[in-house]
Design a protein around this ligand. Structure first.
Ligand code: NOJ
Length: 758
């Protein structure tokens, strides 16, 4: 990247040609002018991101240091502050009390909605509905900016194939193709078409890179991955966010090839800026620069210099840049050019947000009341939650229920507001959420509902304590488990049907919430088993932030609706699905293992040199003694109240030349007795190529609505890039040979056509 001196000729060129969007990198004259006026200390100050904790506006709670640092020009941005009043106070300090009056950025973690909380991202991804996901991001931007936020630490696009990792809840699951489509939708939703619009905010794609591949699913753990796998499987969603114009990138905590992401020159410079052409700024994760000391890369001064030189621009919370870069310059360990580069990228973001024109453009005391928790937003939240639900089993077609049924609504999550929002919803308020019991009453006022808690989320006091860090999530009842169970059974006995709302508390997934046992907690398993024995038709409404291991529950004579943590409209959305106002259409975006021993597990695994021929164990083949290879529930799986039949798979050409597209069509018939939606999925297998291919991998999908009895021909096109992969030289190529195309209802589909690429 070249930086020009600011001359009249350059100014003329910029005025005439300079307004072209993002990709042609031009310097911004106002920013260049400002940089020329800045002292070294002021430049370093811009690289510093702080969180004042208790808030900046309430006098005694004001963190004195933050205030002093802002006034001293030592802060580029804040996060964890919200509300026009607080923002105004902070911005006043920056623009009225500093020499150069440079406005602050205001960041936040708006992960799945601001105050109108949508389902956890893993749930939302199961809608396979990128328009809907974009809409949720748009609403999040409207609400967050109404509270003064102009920078969002989202989307998280880390591919996750290990459900032990709690943060699988925050992403779009296991697949890079779907993950890329969702990454793009979210960036577009947050940033809109004009960043300076006060209702859009700068997005921050995270966590670059490979965070989802933490060894053993343990958070913050090391990652060791070859480049071919990285490029083909893990990097595409970050790349897609960058291609969509994301304004900032957050580094991950893990190391890559032995160098932590925040100090990794290959990652932040060679890949991100040089290969991908990223023009925005890079922020560390929370103290991830300082953590390089623990990683074993030197003292704070050394790791801060390493991070800056690697291409990191902003230091989140740790203040390593603030406290050590000046001595590092004096000792010749970093150069002012490097500091100017980092500072420029942050100032450019502020410029694009329109903050130099008006530092208060996101601060409007009228907006929170007008824009936050708007009725329309809640409507979309309800729709999004319903569309995220995956029907795993519908035993005896028990669902949907009649609205006048006599129902036993049982379980620790059945009348529970505290867990509906799911993990990472710090800007929401659990008390605004609709619990399932209330939703049932809203949607089916003529039903007779008998409620009983039935069990604790867990009886393990120590576990409950860890889960309750942000407030009560897994409270242990004063009554004994036996008393609660007895009450539940009484309630079940007098009802036509049992609905058991069970699963994980919200903080059993998310950051620093890894598990090695992915089953439903024991206390609830017992409840389920006892309820089944009543012989009443039973539906499990399952909540979780990750795939669970449920082989026993799936084998029971009951139905299962996977609802994730559905967000603010949880109860209403679940009731919409249970009573048939919405026919479920969600499809799993991460494979559900039979046991933790199968992890990592995903649909695009390679075949190996010794593939087993069928599910039965074969000696000297790649299989287990004690379990089949296949997951319990495959990627893309999800049922509907209706049935869909696929027929007449046709391909428009049998031979394709390089650079040509190929179109596949298939007839899909709604052969059941409800209107409904189906996600038609296309998987590709590159039969022979220079590096071992995945068994098959998602390369297209379309969600279609079909009235009962209706048949539609669905077309899916494979574009030239869909046939490409990164070869061992990391070139993106397609190689001649045979390709198999599978189209159907999930990743297990056997409907196949082939074509050859010349
Ligand atoms: C740490 C998390 O890893 C990251 O996702 C988040 O944005 C930051 N904390 C800031 O809250």
């Amino acid at each position: 990247m070249k930086h020009y001196k600011y001359t009249p000729l350059l100014l003329w060129i910029l005025v005439v040609f300079g307004n072209s969007p993002s990709h042609a990198q031009e310097t911004i004259p106002q920013v260049e002018e400002l940089l020329q006026q800045m002292t070294l200390e002021e430049k370093i100050g811009q690289l510093n991101l702080l969180t004042p904790g208790g808030g900046i506006a309430t006098g005694s709670v004001v963190s004195k240091n933050v205030e002093t640092k802002i006034k001293a020009g030592q802060v580029g941005g804040l996060f964890g502050v919200a509300g026009p009043e607080k923002m105004k106070m902070a911005q006043d300090l920056a623009v009225k009390e500093t020499r150069l009056k440079i406005p602050l950025l205001f960041g936040s973690d708006v992960i799945h909605g601001y105050k109108t909380t949508f389902p956890i991202p893993l749930g939302l991804s199961c809608s396979w509905d990128t328009m809907l996901i974009k809409k949720t991001a748009r609403i999040a931007a409207i609400e967050a900016t109404a509270d003064g936020i102009n920078w969002n630490f989202s989307p998280m696009v880390d591919i996750a194939r290990d459900p032990r990792w709690g943060r699988i809840a925050e992403g779009a699951g296991e697949d890079p193709y779907l993950g890329s489509a969702i990454a793009k939708a979210m960036v577009e939703g947050y940033q809109g078409t004009d960043l300076a619009d006060p209702k859009t905010m700068l997005a921050c794609v995270k966590h670059l890179a490979l965070y989802g591949a933490s060894e053993a699913g343990r958070d913050y753990n090391s990652v060791d991955m070859g480049k071919v796998k990285m490029f083909n499987q893990y990097l595409p969603p970050y790349h897609a966010a960058i291609a969509a114009g994301v304004g900032s990138v957050m580094t991950s905590f893990n190391d890559i090839d032995g160098v932590p992401a925040s100090g990794n020159t290959w990652l932040l410079t060679s890949l991100l800026r040089e290969r991908w052409g990223f023009k925005g700024f890079v922020v560390s994760d929370y103290t991830s620069v300082n953590e390089m000391v623990a990683h074993g890369l030197g003292d704070l001064q050394a790791v801060s210099a390493l991070a800056l030189k690697a291409g990191l621009d902003m230091d989140m919370v740790g203040e390593g840049f603030l406290t050590t870069l000046k001595p590092s310059i004096e000792e010749g360990k970093v150069s002012e050019v490097e500091i100017t580069r980092a500072c420029r990228s942050i100032l450019e973001a502020k410029y694009r947000l329109g903050l130099f024109q008006d530092p208060y453009r996101y601060i409007d005391p009228e907006r929170p009341d007008k824009d936050i928790l708007h009725k329309e937003h809640r409507k979309i939240a309800r729709e999004a939650a319903a569309r995220s639900i995956v029907l795993l089993k519908n035993h005896d077609q028990v669902l949907p229920l009649q609205k006048n049924a006599e129902i036993a609504l049982i379980g620790p999550l059945a009348d529970n507001k505290n867990n509906m929002l799911g993990t990472w919803a710090p800007t929401g308020n659990p008390q605004w959420s609709v619990p399932v019991l209330e939703g049932f009453k809203n949607v089916a006022p003529n039903a007779t509902i008998h409620y009983a808690k039935g069990a604790n989320i867990t009886n393990d006091v120590q576990l409950a304590k860890k889960i309750n860090v942000f407030g009560p999530r897994a409270e242990i009842d004063e009554r004994s488990p036996e008393t609660m169970l007895k009450e539940a059974l009484e309630v079940a006995e007098k009802s036509d049907v049992v609905i058991a709302v069970v699963g994980e508390a919200s903080e059993m997934s998310g950051e620093s919430a890894s598990r090695t046992d992915l089953s439903i907690p024991e206390s609830q398993k017992k409840l389920i088993q006892a309820l089944v024995k009543t012989g009443k038709p039973m539906v499990l409404v399952l909540m979780s932030g990750r795939p669970l291991t449920i082989p026993e529950e799936l084998a029971l004579p009951g139905s299962i609706l996977q609802t994730w943590h559905p967000g603010i409209e949880a109860g209403n959305a679940i009731a919409d699905v249970v009573f048939g106002a919405y026919n479920p259409s969600g499809k799993l975006t991460a494979s559900w293992p039979r046991s933790v021993g199968q992890v990592p597990i995903y649909h695009s695994m390679k075949v190996t040199g010794r593939p087993p021929e069928n599910a039965a164990f074969q000696k000297f083949k790649s299989n287990y003694l004690d379990t089949p290879n296949a997951p319990l529930l495959p990627f893309g799986y999800g049922l509907s109240y209706t049935t869909f039949e696929y027929s007449n798979l046709v391909i428009d050409k049998k031979t394709v030349t390089q650079g040509e597209s190929v179109t596949i069509s298939i007839n899909v018939k709604n052969s059941g007795s409800f209107d409904g939606e189906e996600v038609v999925q296309l998987y590709l297998r590159d039969v022979v190529r220079s590096i071992t291919p995945p068994s098959k991998t998602l390369k297209g999908f379309r969600k279609v609505f079909l009235k009962k009895g209706e048949t539609r021909t669905v077309q899916l096109t494979l574009h030239p890039d869909d046939l490409k992969f990164y070869n061992s030289q990391l070139e993106f190529v397609s190689e001649p040979g045979v390709f198999e195309v599978y189209v159907g209802t999930d990743s297990d589909t056997k409907n196949k056509v082939t074509f050859s690429l010349k």
